[in-house]
Design a protein around this ligand. Sequence first.
Ligand code: FRU
Length: 487
Amino acid sequence: TEWTDALRYQDYEDWSDEYLSNLKTQQRDSPWRFAYHIQPETGLLNDPNGFSYFDGQWHLFYQAYPFGPVHGLKSWYHLTSKNLVDWQRDQLRLLPDTSFDSHGVYSGSALPVDDKLFLAFTGNARDKNWERHATQLGAWMTPDYHVEKLATPLIPAPPTGYTQHFRDPQVFVYEENYYLLMGTQNDAKEGKVLLYKGTSLTEWELVNELHFSSEQMGYMIECPNLVFVDDKPVLIFCPQGLDKQTFDYQNIYPNLYVIADDFDPESATLITPSDFHNLDEGFDVYATQAFQAPNGRALSVGWVGLPDVTYPSDQEGWAHCLSLVRELRIIKGQLYQQPVAELETLRQAVLPMSDLQGVFYQPESNCYELTLTIPADEESTLTLFASAEHDYGFDIHCDAKNGMITVDRGRMALQVNPDFGTSRTMNVAPNAAIELRLFVDGSICELFVNEGERVCTSRVFPKKEDTTILLDGVADNSTLWSLRSIH
Ligand code: FRU
């Protein structure tokens, strides 16, 4: 298929049932399909949207383009869960059916208010000259998933001085007031975050640009969100075009965070913000959305995929998945991200491992959780997704002495965006044991280091039978669980 604009923005009704059902079959038969990650049934999935707790269950939406592995006419697809692990697929719930969102219902957030869920999102429209018009829109969803869009935009246009790259509203409550964060670009083509205050959910006034750094932030900031983790404000954001002198990153666009001491909404300031950090040290995480769950937990979920690059599953008509849900904590001033405790309910059998050196095990499928510790003075390489002949695989090299971990997908048979580098390195304390916890699922490995001190997500595209786990070096305390499917 040649994905012209006309085709990408074609009405959903104009795609035949047969076309869609062929796409479904391709996805279902894919060797790269996931057992316990949220994935599209067809086409492309991108940003998580509207992550929330409402009416006794968790709600999560994602940006969906159901008709191919490209960014076309977007909607919000809705899922629900009782436990943050098993997700029930509902259906598309926000569709591009008004003049404001004729070219896509773009990203946004949700807030439970009384007996309804408030949705805030970006309406993306293109005029005759294909010029973009961005409006911030609202909708209410009832407990039985009936969605009604508000006729009037929440924010009709970007303020003077900002371009139509103005999207991804995050609504939140702080000290009993409503606030809204926007990702945007100013007329000088610099990435900015704007803070609005709501006199109500439908009336928003610009407070100011959010002050959180003196650095220039590239040409655009997408998906900003402010979440309070153990009482500290953490700003998560995606700058595009960020100078690598400002922050050294390898992915096409990074997903960063800063931790601050405090948040002053009057002056739109994050007080004493930290340096920038990668939220995820791996190859593929973007557009992470975090929110405050009712019991004070800060939860996040990321898009495992990146804009403007291609992936091998594109050939099969589908692309990307969401990360596992993570719980954020601040420990000794540092951000920790752990897979939510509920994920332990995925565990099935403990699998026997032959020994702690050489070939670990050949599970039946790439669907497992593995924990192990590299002792303080050791240097070991764990290889996953290896072929039976061990001639290729995904390497995780741990040098505990020097406190360095390198993940390397350069030895996989199929390369993914090698122009952006085939390995990623992260640092931890030297001369200390390194604890690894890995979630492997079809074509993803989510690695949590030292109880969430570092997280590293990698898409890899193995053959279905390439499940061998190898260890070159020493490791202690290893346990391997097979995990169940949620689909
Ligand atoms: C981030 C993003 C958002 C936008 C959405 C459109 O990946 O570009 O800024 O709202 O995707 O799908």
